[in-house]
Unconditional design. Structure first.
Length: 339
């Protein structure tokens, strides 16, 4: 059985019939079989948006309880809302919602007995670290300085083709400069969240996201492969051990093909369908032409025939002793043929 290679077509439009024929011929010439990338869905985190709706309901109950100076009711609602958000860091609005929960805690420790100014300040700073801060509303604390920004490091395992959001803002692996405290980190691939967590940023800390890899040779694995402006293939992060990259060429019936191993590909080379003619192809052009060898053969035969006739006439091939009829009677005559 021929070895199977994953074929990655690097164009949006599917290959034409001529391109398919060229690819099939390329595969036969190398004793391999081309197959499409496997349709294996990439790992993803399910997102339940109803959780965010319930958190907003808890916030409303908490604000009503605070307005009524009901400490117990406010604390129950806020604790439930905060717990729901901490269990679901994948929610796209989780950072903003947790910031509002923290501000509600700050109001609780400012307005409702027992009052705790230090806890109120910590909650207010935590909110600012999550969403960048906002102006204080009626009844909210004022004059609280935000947490200072610190330097940390962000490391993403298997980061190729992924996008990281820190509190909803895109960040890149490497140096990270943000406010100290709790933050939401979500990593997505092709717009789908694959890893999410609440991380604590502190000076000099390394934040590592262990992103689950996609299945090798799957659609998600080769989705990022593309042709660069210089004509080379960019395939960083591809895990497929052996695969083939192909694209159309300018001439009909021609494709460009490159052999690849994981994230490295060779140059793209043109492959054209072999053009053959039938057994009678071109016969009309040459069927009345006499072969050159035959002409020379017949010329040789003609020369030989003429020479032979002359020799016969000259008597060269007569026998050495024969009876000749001459005037004056019959006379025996010997003819000596020299050797």
């Amino acid at each position: 059985m021929a070895a199977a290679l994953t074929l990655v077509w690097l164009e949006r439009e599917p290959p034409s019939v001529e391109a398919r024929s060229a690819l099939e011929e390329w595969a036969r010439a190398r004793g391999v079989q081309l197959e499409a990338p496997r349709d294996v869905p990439p790992p993803e985190l399910p997102v339940d948006l109803t959780v965010a709706d319930k958190v907003e309901d808890d916030l409303e109950h908490a604000h009503n309880a605070l307005a009524a100076l009901d400490a117990d009711g406010a604390e129950r609602a806020l604790a439930h809302a905060e717990g729901s958000l901490l269990e679901h860091p994948e929610l796209p609005q989780a950072a903003w919602l947790l910031a509002e929960v923290s501000r509600a805690w700050a109001v609780r420790w400012t307005r409702v007995a027992p009052v705790d100014a230090e806890r109120a300040a910590r909650a207010w700073r935590q909110a600012a670290a999550l969403d960048g801060g906002r102006a204080s509303g009626v009844g909210e604390p004022t004059g609280i300085a935000p947490e200072p920004a610190v330097d940390a490091t962000l490391t993403l395992d298997d980061a190729e083709g992924t996008r990281a959001l820190l509190d909803g803002i895109a960040v890149s692996p490497g140096a990270l400069h943000t406010a100290a405290g709790r933050h939401q980190l979500v990593v997505s691939r092709a717009g789908v969240p694959v890893w999410a967590a609440w991380v604590n940023v502190a000076p000099g800390i390394e934040i590592r996201a262990a992103i689950p890899p996609v299945a090798a040779c799957s659609k998600a694995d080769v989705a990022g492969a593309k042709i660069a402006d210089d004509g080379t293939i960019r395939a960083g992060g591809v895990r497929c051990a052996r695969w083939v990259a192909a694209a159309p060429a300018t001439r009909p019936g021609t494709v460009r093909v490159a052999s690849c191993e994981a994230g490295r590909c060779g140059p793209m080379l043109e492959w054209r369908v072999w053009e053959t003619h039938g057994p009678l192809s071109g016969a009309g052009e040459h069927e009345h032409k006499w072969p050159a060898w035959a002409t020379w053969t017949l010329v040789g035969v003609g020369v030989g025939a003429a020479t032979f006739a002359g020799l016969v006439l000259a008597g060269t091939f007569r026998s050495s002793t024969e009876t000749r009829f001459v005037n004056g009677g019959i006379k025996p005559q010997g003819l000596v043929v020299p050797f």
